[in-house]
Every structure is written in C-alpha cells, then in structure tokens.
Design a protein around this ligand. Structure first.
Ligand code: PBG
Length: 330
C-alpha cells in the first residue's frame, strides 16, 4: 500500500483547509501606526510608503472613524516635529502642549476606548536624528534614559494607555516603570522594543518623520551603538529578559519578516505577550513590487501577516492593518 498516509486529504478544498487551519488573523492582532503633523487640513502621502499618510489632527477624525469601524482599536503614535523645535535634549518631547500630548488627548476625546500607545525615543525631536542625547560624538545612555522616563510621564499625563520606548538605551524600562509608579500611573503599561535591530528597513519611516541621522562631522551616521547587530540571536533573548525583569508588559521584535526566528525564540522563552513590527521598509518593498506587477499585493500581504502569527507573535504593528481588515471582513 503506497502511500500509507495522505496529507493532501486535509487540503482538498477551502472548507477543510479552514477547519484545520492553525493560525487566524483578526482585528485584535493589530496595532496601527499613525503619523501626525502640525498644521491644518493636511493629509499627505509619504513618498516611500504608497497609500500611507501623515495627518494633521483635524484630518485624523475620518481616519480614526475608519479604523474603529474596521475593528482596529489600538494605535501607535508618531509625530513629525518641525525643525525649529528640534535640539539635542528633546525639550519639546515633554512639552505638555506638544503635538504628541495634544494628539493623545484628541484621540482619547473622540474614542475613549481606543488603546493609545506612544513612541518614546528622541529621534523625531533630535536635531541630530538620534534616539538619545549626544555628547562628544556619543549617544549617552543614562541621561537619555532619565529623559525618556520624563517623556513617558508626560505621555501618561496626557492620557496614553501604553508607552512604547523604541530607543534601546540600557535600563530605561526600570526608570520609566519607577517614574510611572511614583506618579500614580500604575495602570499605564510599557511595550518595550526589546529586540530592536539596527536595520536598513527603517528608511521610509525616517522619510516620514524626517528623523534620519544627520550627515555631520562627529555625529554617528547610524544607530549601531544602541540598536542590535542583525547577526545576533542570543543577544535578543538577553535584551528581552532584561526588559521583562525591569517591568515591560509587552516585548517587541523589530523588524518583522527578516527576524521571524527571533519572534519564535522570544515566544518560546518568555511568558509575556510578544509584539512584532512589520516596519516601513517591509511595507515599501511589497508595495513597490506590487506596483510593478511583480507580486500579487493582497496575497503577499496576507502571507506576510500570517507568517507573524505562525512565528508566535501576539500583536502585529503593521502599515497593512487597514488593507488586511478590508479583505478579511468580507
Ligand atoms: C524611532 C523609531 C523608528 C521606527 C520606530 N520607532 C526608527 C528608527 O529607530 O530609526 C521604525 C519604524 C519603521 O521603520 O516602520 N526610534
């Protein structure tokens, strides 16, 4: 008798495939990144991120309404800061009336139940495009971490549900947790970018926020002294363990597709929810190939998202969230 077993029986048609499917995509999986700019009446497409936009606050309402109707209830906020407000310390980042703080309040006033997470790092506010304070050509760790705790507090005061430190300074989760606790924000969570790699896939994001490291003497051209080396795997576990010990509620691996092995490692090793970030370059890559007719947009998009679930991700930050929901809701 040959063959003894026939695995293809479970693939005969879509009904049986659906019945035995191991992973599913739902609206609850997604965290939607939003780019916000100063001004009025602005909805501008990001050149390297087709069909993704920066919004001024007054234009955000329609977008939020669409997200909410699709069941997308969690957002991750990024702001584009005007050059004249950038410096080396990130002072504008703790302005109680700054764009981030106003955005949090605005979103919460329209959709109190929308989960608002905020990016915590200095790069959009840094005159040098780095995630920390620079001294003598180096990104200093401890002063930056102190500042990030103040920045997190400022976001909590404005009403953020979660802060998401994306800077990769050592020890910042502990300082942020302590500062939030000391100020009574015991319910404000921390989603830590724990295993964040120094990746070239962040290019389009830096276009979106105009936040790339500047080309100046004595300013590091890349983020390799704080973000991780893409060759490393064990180090990702060490980073993640440290953040959990310091009080992270959710940990994240970033980028996504090139680091699925790390997502699986982190999921197997720890018992907190694991997020993955399908970053701007991953989005741009797929959009560009689809525009050329070289890949089928929707099929590749769905395949890329289910791969995160298969790898063990509980939460997926993705610029495709809306596109995905429009497909799976029908
Ligand atoms: C800022 C930050 C970056 C991203 C998220 N937060 C850029 C960077 O670290 O240079 C990248 C997101 C993306 O590429 O979609 N610290």
């Amino acid at each position: 008798m040959f063959p003894l077993k026939r695995n293809r029986r479970l693939r005969t048609n879509e009904t049986i495939r659906g019945l035995v499917r191991e992973n599913h995509i739902t609206a609850n999986d997604f965290l939607v990144p939003l780019f916000i700019v100063e001004g009025k009446g602005i909805k501008e497409e990001i050149a390297s991120m087709p069909n993704y936009y920066r919004y001024s606050l007054d234009q955000l309402e329609t977008e939020l309404h669409e997200l909410w109707s699709l069941g997308l209830k969690s957002v991750l906020l990024f702001v584009k800061v005007p050059d004249n407000l950038k410096d080396n310390e990130g002072k504008e980042a703790i302005n109680p009336n700054g764009l981030m703080q106003r955005s949090i309040k605005y979103i919460k006033s329209l959709y109190p139940e929308m989960l608002v997470m905020t990016d915590v790092a200095l790069d959009p506010y840094s005159a040098y495009g780095h995630d920390g304070i620079i001294d003598k050509g180096k990104i200093v760790n401890d002063n930056t971490a102190d500042f990030l705790a103040q920045m997190s507090l400022s976001h909590a005061e404005a009403g953020a549900d979660f802060v998401a430190p994306s800077d990769m300074m050592d020890g910042r989760i502990l300082l942020i947790r302590e500062t939030l606790e000391d100020n009574g924000f015991t319910d404000v969570g921390i989603m830590s970018y724990s295993a964040k790699y120094a990746s070239a896939f962040y290019g389009p994001f830096r276009d979106a926020l105009d936040s790339a490291p500047v080309d100046m003497a004595d300013i590091p051209k890349d983020k390799k002294t704080y973000q991780m080396d893409s060759a490393n795997r064990i180090e990702a576990l060490r980073e993640t363990e440290m953040d959990i010990d310091e009080g992270a509620d959710i940990v994240m691996v970033k980028p996504g597709m090139p680091y699925l092995d790390i997502v699986r490692d982190v999921k197997n090793e720890f018992d907190v929810p694991v997020a993955v970030y399908q970053v701007s370059g991953e989005y741009a890559m797929l959009k560009a190939a689809a525009e050329k007719g070289w890949l089928n947009h929707d099929e590749v998009m769905l395949e890329s998202i289910i791969a995160f679930k298969r790898a063990g991700a509980d939460i997926i930050a993705s610029y495709f969230a809306k596109d995905i929901l429009k497909i799976i809701n029908i």
